[in-house]
Design a protein around this ligand. Structure first.
Ligand code: NAP
Length: 286
């Protein structure tokens, strides 16, 4: 509903990003809307950084129900919102905007997306385990918050910038007795043997670049590469060859989309249909 106005035929949402070349979100959500018979539509909104303020005002003025927010806007969008909810507060990053009346509320569903993927899809029980997270961007922040919520016993963050890695590790610091550590990017391969879970939250591997090629994996370990296109990376192949269980980023992508869907529509998302749509979409990009 548009505040004070008449109900439109369609509710609309979309994804704000730049350059937004590859996004599977319109496909996943439009399939989900159709599956549930909802008169909603999901659009693609490539918006450069200097257009973000106008885009947020436009969303409000035109009566959009909300938006997904992706690179590079996840932090910048906060300035144009009325409030933050849930994990957006701790991470300072928003991937989902919800309009409530004339208010725009920011959420972060990457955190719950990663948690649900790890436990429900990958079958990994994080409580008491040790994790190594590579990267210090938005995805790394969501993963570290998720792992802290799920009570991992130790978190090591490795990134090119020790300062940024320290800020990410800070998200896992509480009074639970958990160890948090920042590791220099060059030293991370040595640490792999001591952890139960390795998560790549950098784009290294999107173009087939090796990552942790000198590390020794074992069959008790779980490896998650958040990259979903291509579906397998050299890291995944290397870890699997050593017997580790290794996953790409598709599961998290579908789970965060499902959580956004529920925030907007109040309905349970059709996970299978969204997952199938995403796999089809990746097929088109390769
Ligand atoms: P981001 O905020 O731009 O952060 C990227 C991080 O990767 C930064 O820490 C950056 O370090 C590091 N990095 C970039 N190139 C590197 C290189 N050549 N060597 C070492 N480190 C490098 O991006 P993001 O949103 O966190 O996304 C990161 C990855 O996760 C992307 O591949 C994205 O597609 C994926 N992702 C997947 C999902 C999902 O649902 N599956 C969700 C979100 C993100 P510097 O600061 O030093 O540049």
């Amino acid at each position: 509903m548009v505040a004070g106005g008449k109900r439109d035929a369609f509710h609309f949402v979309g994804v704000l990003g730049w350059p937004l070349e590859v996004t599977l979100s319109p496909l996943m959500h439009n399939v989900a809307f159709r599956q549930l018979g909802l008169d909603w539509i999901y659009l693609r909104w490539p918006v450069p950084p200097d257009g973000l303020a106008d885009a947020a005002r436009g969303l409000r003025a035109l009566g959009g129900e909300g938006a997904n927010v992706t690179m590079p806007h996840k932090r910048a969008i906060v300035a144009y919102l009325d409030s933050l909810g849930g994990d957006a507060v701790a991470t300072g990053a928003v991937n989902t905007v919800q309009r409530r009346g004339d208010q725009l509320v920011g959420h972060n569903t990457d955190v719950v997306g990663f948690s649900e993927f790890l436990v429900e899809d990958a079958g990994f029980e994080p409580s008491g385990t040790r994790a190594l997270v590579l990267g210090a961007g938005g995805a790394a922040r969501a993963v570290v918050k998720s792992l802290a919520d799920m009570r991992v016993a130790g978190i090591t963050v490795a990134a090119r910038s020790d300062k940024l890695a320290g800020e990410v590790a800070e998200l896992a610091r509480d009074d639970s007795g958990r160890t948090t550590e920042v590791l220099a990017w060059k030293k991370m391969a040595d640490r792999v043997a001591q952890v139960d879970l390795v998560v790549n939250a950098t784009p290294v591997g999107m173009r087939g670049e090796p990552l942790l090629a000198n590390a020794t994996f074992n069959s008790d370990q779980c490896v998650v590469d958040l990259i979903y296109s291509p579906p397998t990376t050299p890291l995944i192949e290397h870890a699997r060859a050593a017997g580790a269980t290794a996953w790409g980023g598709l599961g998290m992508l579908v789970r965060q989309a499902a959580a956004s869907f529920t925030i907007w529509t109040g309905q349970q998302a059709p996970l299978d249909a969204m997952s199938a749509a995403a796999i089809r979409g990746i097929g088109h990009h390769h």
